[in-house]
Design a protein around this ligand. Structure first.
Ligand code: B3K
Ligand code: ZN
Length: 879
C-alpha cells in the first residue's frame, strides 16, 4: 500500500483552528480554457492563539500565482506554497487580509471535485474537501464565513452566472464578458460553496413562506430540458411547505436555485441556496422516466432542501459528525415521503435498502460506527451506515420519545444551535434537556458498529394465563471494536389472539411502555403479561422499530398467521418474507420443502393479492421474494450464489404454478388507459401489475414471455416499457436479446435511458455477460468519464449480478478489479465505490473466496492506487 494510506485522522485529535475567517471575497474570471480565482480572506487569530502561530491553509493540486497581505506584497521568506498547503509563517496578531491568486483548468478536472466542467457547464462540488481545489483555504466544516462572489465570463458561453445567496449586482463589461455578484449573508463552511456558469435553460416559480416572504425558485438545466424539470420544481415546493408544517422550518434567503449537471460523483449537493444535482435526479418525463425515477427525484429534492436547516444552518464540527446532518436529513426525507405517499410502503422500501446495503457493511470488513472515530479518506465514509443507519438511530429516538417529545428536542436543537458547527453529543443533549431524560446509553448507538442480533423466546402458561417473552441481544465484534455493549432497543409490538384480533393483558412487568412498546436495555430481559386468556402470537418489531437482526423460533404457521392478521403492514410483509426465506435457506442446505409448504405460502400470497383492503403498492411488495443477496447474507458462510439462485427460481416457479390465475387477474385489473400521472395511487397500480408480470415471466407461466413482449411493444410510458424489458431479461426469454437491441436503438440519444439499458445489459445472468460489458466499454463512443454511465454498467454488474460477478472461475472478480484500477486513475471516488462490491468475499465457498482474494491482491500488488481506493482495498483484505 502507498504510504499515504498510513495517514489516519482521529476524532480525539480535534482542535479548533488557530485562525478564524471573518469574510471571504472571491473574484472569479471564467475563461474558455483557464479560470482565475482571486480570494480575499479576512482572517483573525482566535482568542488564545499564540502570536506567531503559522497560518496553514489547505490546497489540492493548486499552484499559487500571487499573494499579498493587507494590500502589500509578502516577502518570499514569509510564506511557503505547495500543491497541498499554503503556510504563512508569522501572520500578524490582529485581523488581516490575505489575498491569493490561482489559475485552474476546469476542463481537465476529471475527478469532478472542486471547479470542473460538465457538458460545457462550469460547476463546483466542494463537499467534503473540494474547496481546497479552488483556492487555498481553511477547508474544514467548523470554519464559517459569509461569502461574496464576483463571477465574470463570456456572455455567449455563459449567459447564466450563479452562486450561493442573493444576487446583488450584475451587468455587462466592455470586453464582451458580463458579471454577477452573489452575496450569501449566512456564514457557511467552504464545503457549501457553489458556483455555476453556462448556457442553461431554466424554469421559474415562487414560494410564499409561512411568514409571507416570497422566495424566487429556479431550476436550471441544459436547453430543451425544461419540461423535464417540472416535477423537481413541484417536489421542491411541497418540500418547503412540509418543512414548515412538520418542523416549523422556514426558508431564509430570497432565492433558491437548483442546477442539473450530467457529470456528478453522487446524487446531489445541498450548497446554500444553490443545490447542484446529478441530472438523473432532476429530469423526469413519462416516456423516459419510471415511477421509481419520479419517486427518487421527489425524495432527493426534498433531502437536499431539508439540509438547509439540518446541514447548512446547523452544520458539523468535523467530518466525524457527518451523520449529524446526513442521518438526520435522511430521517426527515423519509418522513416527507411517508407523509406524501404511503407510510407502510415507504417503511418497507427503506428497510429493504437498509438490509441490502447497510447490514452487509455493518457485518463485514468495512463496518464502522455511524459516528466513526478515525478515517484515512473521508470520502469513503459517505456510507449506508452514516446515512441509513444514522436515520434509523434518529427514528428510534423519535419512537422512544414519542412524536411530541421528539419535536420538542428538534425545536431546541434549532434554537440552541442555529449558526453552529456541532456534534452528535450536542444533538443528543437537546433531547435530554427538552424531555428531562438521560440518553447517554442511547448515544452508544452512534459509537458502536455492528448490527445487534436479537433472539426471541416465549412461553405461555394456561393455568396462570401468563405469557412470557424473553429478548436477548448480542453484537458480533467488528474491525477495531472487539467488545460490544448492549444497546437500548425499542420494540414496538402487539399480541394477537387465536381469532386474529389484538389481545390485551391485565398487567405487565418489565419495561413495557404503553400498550405497544417494550424496551430491551440490557443483554437480556423478560417481559411478563398477566391476564392473557389464550396463547398469543407475538408481533414484534412492528414498523421495524430498531435496526437489528431478529432471530425467532416462530413456526411457519405463526408467520403465515401474522401475514394474514397482523394490523401492522410492515410485519405482514415481513412474515411473508420470513416464510419464503426459511423455505429457500432450508432447501439450499439440502432440506427440500414439501408441496404443502409451497401451497401454504402460495395461498397466503393469493389472499394478499386478492384482498379488497390492501393497497396495490403494498401487494406489489408482498409478492417480491427476498433477493438473492439477502438470502446469501442469511446463509452467511460457504455461500454458493448459483445454488441460491437456482433454489430461489425453483420456488418462484412453484409459487407461480399456483398463483398464475391470481397474478393474471391482478395484471388485468391494474392495467389502465388513464393519462400517465406519477402519483402514488397510479404508480402503485403499475407496481402491482408489473410485479405480477415479472413473476409470470420469471416463473415460466404459459404466455408470460408473450405478455412481456406485448406490454413492451404497446407501452405508453417508460415504467411499463422498462419493466416489461427487465422481466424479459430476468427470465431471459426467447426474444430478450432482440428487445434489448431494440431498446438500445430507440434510446441511445437519451443518456439517462441509455443508463437503464446499460444496467440491464449488465444484469444478464447468462455466460458471456462480461464480454458483453467489455464490448460496451471498448466502444469509442462510450463516455468513459461519466459516473452515471460507469455506475450503471459496472456498478450494477458488481452489486447486482452476483452469480456472474462471483463466478467460480474468478472472471467476474478479475474484470471488476481491472475496471477499478483503470477508473481509479481518473476518478478515485467512482473507483472506490465500485470496489465496495467486494467486502462480502469471505462469505463465499472456498473456490470463489480464493478467486476474489486473488483479484484483490493483484489489484493491491499492482500499486499506484488513489488514497480512496487503497483505503477500501486495505480494509477489505484485512477484514
Ligand atoms: N452532502 C452530499 C453528499 C456529498 C458526498 C461527498 N462525497 C449530498 C447529500 O447527502 O445530501
Ligand atoms: Zn445529505
Amino acid at each position: 500500500m502507498r504510504t499515504e494510506t498510513e495517514h489516519t485522522i482521529y476524532l480525539k485529535d480535534y482542535a479548533a483552528s488557530p485562525y478564524a475567517i471573518d469574510k471571504v471575497e472571491l473574484d472569479v474570471k471564467i475563461g474558455p480554457v483557464t479560470s482565475r480565482i482571486r480570494a480575499l480572506l479576512t482572517i483573525t487569530p482566535r482568542t488564545g492563539t499564540e502570536p506567531g502561530t503559522p497560518l496553514v491553509l489547505d490546497g489540492d493540486e493548486l499552484k499559487l500565482d500571487s499573494i499579498a497581505m493587507d494590500g502589500g506584497p509578502l516577502p518570499l521568506t514569509a510564506y511557503a506554497a505547495s500543491a497541498t498547503t499554503l503556510t504563512v509563517s508569522e501572520p500578524p496578531a490582529r485581523t488581516f487580509v490575505l489575498e491569493t491568486e490561482v489559475t485552474l483548468e476546469p476542463e481537465k478536472n476529471v475527478k469532478l471535485m472542486g471547479f470542473y466542467r460538465s457538458g460545457g457547464t462550469w460547476c463546483t462540488q466542494c463537499e467534503p474537501e473540494g474547496f481546497r481545489r479552488i483556492t487555498y483555504y481553511l477547508d474544514r466544516p467548523d470554519v464559517l464565513a459569509p461569502f461574496k462572489v464576483t463571477m465574470s465570463a463570456d456572455k455567449a458561453l455563459a449567459p447564466v452566472l450563479l452562486a450561493n445567496g442573493n444576487l446583488i449586482d450584475s451587468g455587462d463589461l466592455e470586453d464582451g464578458t458580463h458579471f454577477a455578484v452573489w452575496e450569501d449573508p449566512f456564514p457557511k463552511p467552504a464545503y457549501l460553496f457553489a458556483m455555476v456558469a453556462g448556457d442553461l435553460g431554466s424554469i421559474h416559480d415562487e414560494f410564499t413562506t409561512m411568514s409571507g416572504r416570497k422566495v424566487a425558485l429556479g431550476v436550471y438545466a441544459a436547453h430543451g430540458k425544461q419540461d423535464e424539470c417540472l416535477w423537481a420544481m413541484d417536489s421542491l415546493k411541497r418540500s418547503m411547505a412540509w418543512d414548515e408544517r412538520r418542523f416549523g422550518r422556514e426558508y431564509d434567503l430570497d432565492v433558491f436555485n437548483i442546477v442539473a449537471v450530467s457529470d456528478f460523483n453522487f446524487g446531489a449537493m445541498e450548497n446554500k441556496g444553490l443545490n447542484i444535482f446529478n441530472d438523473k435526479l432532476v429530469f423526469v418525463k413519462p416516456d423516459s422516466a419510471t415511477d421509481d425515477d419520479y419517486y427518487n427525484v421527489e425524495r432527493v429534492i426534498a433531502h437536499e432542501y431539508f439540509h438547509n436547516w439540518t446541514g447548512d444552518r446547523i452544520t458539523c464540527r468535523d467530518w466525524f459528525q457527518l451523520c449529524l446532518k446526513e442521518g438526520l436529513t435522511v430521517y426527515r426525507d423519509q418522513e416527507f415521503t411517508s407523509d406524501e405517499r404511503s407510510r407502510a410502503v415507504k417503511r418497507i422500501d427503506d428497510v429493504k435498502t437498509l438490509r441490502a446495503s447497510q447490514f452487509p457493511e455493518d457485518g463485514g470488513p468495512l463496518a464502522h460506527p455511524a459516528r466513526p472515530d478515525r478515517y484515512k479518506e473521508i470520502n469513503n465514509f459517505y456510507t449506508a451506515t452514516v446515512y441509513e443507519k444514522g436515520a434509523e438511530i434518529v427514528r428510534m429516538l423519535a419512537t422512544l420519545l414519542g412524536e411530541a417529545g421528539f419535536r420538542k428536542g428538534m425545536d431546541l436543537y434549532f434554537e440552541r444551535h442555529d449558526g453552529d458547527a456541532t456534534t452528535i453529543e450536542a444533538f443528543i443533549k437537546v433531547f435530554e434537556d427538552a424531555n428531562g431524560v438521560d440518553l447517554q446509553h442511547f448515544q452508544t448507538w452512534y459509537l458502536q458498529a455492528g448490527t445487534p442480533e436479537v433472539t426471541i423466546a416465549d412461553s405461555y402458561d394456561a393455568a396462570s394465563q401468563t405469557y412470557k417473552l424473553t429478548l436477548s441481544q448480542r453484537t458480533a465484534p467488528t474491525p477495531g471494536q472487539d467488545a460490544k455493549v448492549a444497546l437500548p432497543i425499542p420494540v414496538k409490538f402487539g399480541l394477537i389472539g387465536p381469532n386474529g384480533s389484538p389481545m390485551s393483558w391485565s398487567s405487565a412487568s418489565g419495561d413495557v411502555r404503553g400498550d405497544d412498546m417494550l424496551v430491551l436495555e440490557g443483554a437480556s430481559a423478560t417481559f411478563e403479561f398477566k391476564g392473557v386468556p389464550n396463547k398469543p402470537v407475538p408481533s414484534l418489531f412492528r414498523e421495524f422499530s430498531a435496526p437489528v437482526r431478529i432471530v425467532s423460533a416462530a413456526t411457519q404457521a405463526d408467520r403465515l398467521f401474522l401475514a394474514r392478521h397482523d394490523s401492522d403492514p410492515f410485519n405482514r410483509w415481513q412474515s411473508l418474507q420470513d416464510v419464503a426465506e426459511a423455505l429457500i435457506v432450508d432447501a439450499v442446505a439440502g432440506r427440500v420443502w414439501s408441496a404443502a409448504d409451497v401451497t401454504a405460502l402460495a395461498e397466503a400470497l393469493e389472499d394478499t393479492v386478492t384482498s379488497k383492503s390492501l393497497d396495490p403498492s403494498f401487494k406489489a411488495l408482498a409478492l417480491g421474494l427476498p433477493p438473492e443477496q439477502l438470502l446469501a447474507r442469511t446463509i452467511g458462510t460457504n455461500v454458493d450464489p448459483d445454488s441460491i439462485r437456482a433454489v430461489r427460481l425453483k420456488l418462484v416457479g412453484e409459487l407461480v404454478a399456483h398463483l398464475a390465475p391470481a397474478l393474471t387477474a391482478a395484471y388485468k385489473e391494474n392495467r389502465s388507459t388513464a393519462a400517465f400521472s406519477p402519483d402514488a395511487a397510479q404508480a402503485g397500480q403499475r407496481a402491482l401489475k408489473n410485479q405480477a408480470l415479472a413473476l409470470l415471466v420469471v416463473g415460466g407461466a404459459a404466455g408470460g414471455a408473450q405478455l412481456a413482449r406485448e406490454q413492451y411493444d404497446g407501452a405508453t410510458n417508460m415504467t411499463d416499457r422498462f419493466v416489461a424489458l427487465s422481466a424479459a431479461v430476468q427470465g431471459w426469454t426467447g426474444d430478450a436479446e432482440a428487445m434489448l437491441g431494440h431498446f438500445r436503438t430507440m434510446y441511445t440519444a437519451d443518456p439517462l435511458v441509455f443508463d437503464k439499458w446499460l444496467a440491464l445489459s449488465a444484469s444478464v445472468r447468462a455466460d458471456g455477460v462480461i464480454e458483453r460489458i467489455r464490448a460496451i466499454l471498448a466502444d469509442p463512443s462510450f463516455p468513459a468519464n461519466n459516473p452515471n454511465r460507469l455506475r450503471s454498467l459496472v456498478g450494477s454488474f458488481a452489486m447486482g449480478n452476483t452469480t456472474q460477478f462471483a463466478r467460480a472461475d474468478g472472471a467476474g472478480f478479475r474484470f471488476v478489479a481491472e475496471f477499478v484500477a483503470d477508473v481509479d486513475t481518473r476518478n478515485p471516488q467512482v473507483a472506490a465505490r465500485v470496489l465496495t462490491a467486494f467486502p462480502i468475499w469471505r462469505s463465499f465457498e472456498p473456490v470463489r473466496m480464493a478467486a476474489a482474494e486473488g483479484a484483490l491482491t493483484a489489484l493491491r500488488d499492482a500499486g499506484g492506487l488513489s488514497r480512496n481506493t487503497a483505503d477500501i482495498l486495505e480494509r477489505t483484505l484485512a477484514g
